[in-house]
Design a protein around this ligand. Structure first.
Ligand code: IPM
Ligand code: MG
Length: 357
C-alpha cells in the first residue's frame, strides 16, 4: 500500500530546512520499506507569487489527497503589503481549516544536551517535557463576525468574535485526555473563565469530558496565571489544553523554555489523524539563504508524522535517536550553539543526522 506525502517548503528558510528533512525522509522510506510516495506543492508567499493565492486550488487538491503533509514555514516581509486575505499566513489558516486540522500538538521538550541553551536556570528546566494541545480551527481566529467597520460617529472600530461550540471543545479535550493518559497522566486546561463566557463553557465542557478519564488528573488555570507559571515552575506541567489564541501565545513561551524554538516540531491533526507537520519556528526572514537555520525541528516533525499519521513507530524512533546522537557529538547550529560545542551549517546538521540513521 503506498501512501502520499506532500512536501511544502513554503517561504524564508522553509526550502533550506525541508531539503534536509526530505533526505531523511527518503532514507527512512527505503530503509524501513515504508512505501511512501512524495510530491510537492506550494503554500504561502511562494504560492501567492505563482498562483496569486496563498492556498491555491492546485495545492488544495494535493493536500486533500495526502496522507500526511510536511510544511517548512510561510510568510516574510516580501508580502507585507499584500491584502490580508491573500497573505502567506492566510494560506496556513486556510489549509488548517480546509483539512479540519483541529488538534495542534506542540511538545516543548528540553534535550539534556541543550540545558545550557535555555534562558532559565538549568535546574528549572532540566527534564522539561510539556505537550501543548492547542485547538486550531476555531475560536477567535475563525469566529464571525469580524472586520473593521465605520461607526456612526465616523471612527473605525475593529472587532473579532471568540466562539466555541461544545462539540469543538469536546473533541479537542478528548485528544488532550487521551494523550495525557499515555504520558504523565495530568492535564491543565487554560482559559479565562473569570471574564470570557466562551471560556467558561470551555471549562465546563472540559470538566464534563474529564469524567470519562478518571485516571487523568485535571486542573484549570487562567491564562495570565498559566503564562506566569510557565516561567516560574515549568516542570509542574504535563499536558496543557487550550484554545486557539491562548495556545498560539503559550506555545511560543513554552518553546523558548527549551532554549531554541529551532528544535521544536508540531503536528496538526484531523479526526482521522491525517495531519500536517511543521516546525514551530517561522520562516525566519532574517537568516534566510545563509545556510545557518536549524533543520532539526523539521526533521523531528517528520518523526511526529511517522508516529501519529503513519503508525511507523520504529522509523520515528530511529529519527529521534539519530538526532539525540548528533547532539551528543556536540554539533550545533548557531541557534543552539554554546561555547565548547561545534558550529554546523544547515546542511552539515542534515548530513550528520543522515549518517547517524
Ligand atoms: C503559529 C503561527 C500562526 C498562528 C500564524 C503564522 C498565522 O503563529 O502557527 O503559531 O497564529 O497560528
Ligand atoms: Mg504562533
Amino acid at each position: 500500500m503506498s501512501r502520499n506525502i506532500l512536501l511544502m517548503t513554503g517561504d524564508g528558510i522553509g526550502p533550506e530546512i525541508v531539503a534536509e528533512a526530505s533526505k531523511v525522509l527518503d532514507q527512512v522510506n527505503s530503509r524501513f520499506s515504508l512505501g511512501l510516495v512524495m510530491s510537492e506543492a506550494k503554500l504561502g508567499g511562494q504560492a501567492y507569487d505563482e498562483y496569486g493565492a496563498p492556498y491555491p486550488e492546485a495545492t488544495r487538491d494535493k493536500a486533500r489527497q495526502a496522507d500526511a503533509i510536511l510544511l517548512g514555514a510561510v510568510g516574510g516581509p516580501k508580502w507585507d503589503a499584500v491584502e490580508r486575505h491573500l497573505r502567506p499566513e492566510q494560506g496556513l489558516l486556510d489549509i488548517r481549516s480546509d483539512l479540519q486540522l483541529f488538534a495542534n500538538l506542540r511538545p516543548a521538550i528540553l534535550y539534556p544536551q541543550l540545558a545550557d541553551a535555555s534562558s532559565l536556570k538549568p535546574e528549572l528546566v532540566a527534564g522539561l517535557d510539556i505537550l501543548i494541545v492547542r485547538e486550531l480551527t476555531g475560536g477567535i481566529y475563525f469566529g464571525e463576525p469580524r472586520g473593521i467597520r465605520i461607526l456612526e460617529d465616523g471612527q473605525r472600530q475593529g472587532y473579532n468574535t471568540d466562539v466555541y461550540t461544545e462539540s469543538e471543545i469536546r473533541r479537542i479535550a478528548e485528544i488532550g485526555f487521551e494523550l495525557a493518559r499515555k504520558r504523565g497522566g495530568r492535564i491543565c486546561s487554560v482559559d479565562k473563565a473569570n471574564v470570557l463566557e466562551v471560556t467558561l463553557l470551555w471549562r465546563e465542557v472540559v470538566t464534563e469530558v474529564s469524567t470519562n478519564y478518571p485516571d487523568v488528573e485535571l486542573s484549570h488555570l487562567y491564562v495570565d496565571n498559566a503564562a506566569m507559571q510557565l516561567v516560574a515552575r515549568p516542570k509542574q506541567f504535563d499536558v496543557i489544553l487550550t484554545g486557539n489564541l491562548f495556545g498560539d501565545i503559550l506555545s511560543d513561551e513554552a518553546a523558548m523554555l527549551t532554549g531554541s524554538i529551532g528544535m521544536l516540531p508540531s503536528a496538526s491533526l484531523n479526526k482521522e489523524r491525517r495531519g500536517m507537520y511543521e516546525p514551530c519556528h517561522g520562516s525566519a526572514p532574517d537568516i534566510t539563504g545563509q545556510g545557518i537555520a536549524n533543520p532539526l525541528a523539521t526533521i523531528l516533525s517528520l518523526s511526529m508524522m511517522l508516529r501519529y499519521s503513519l503508525g511507523e513507530q520504529k522509523a520515528a524512533d530511529s529519527i529521534d535517536a539519530a538526532v539525540g546522537r548528533v547532539l551528543d557529538t556536540g554539533l550545533r547550529t548557531q541557534d543552539i550553539f554554546t561555547p565548547g560545542t561545534t558550529k554546523a551549517s544547515t546542511s552539515e546538521m542534515g548530513e550528520a543526522v543522515l549518517k547517524e540513521l
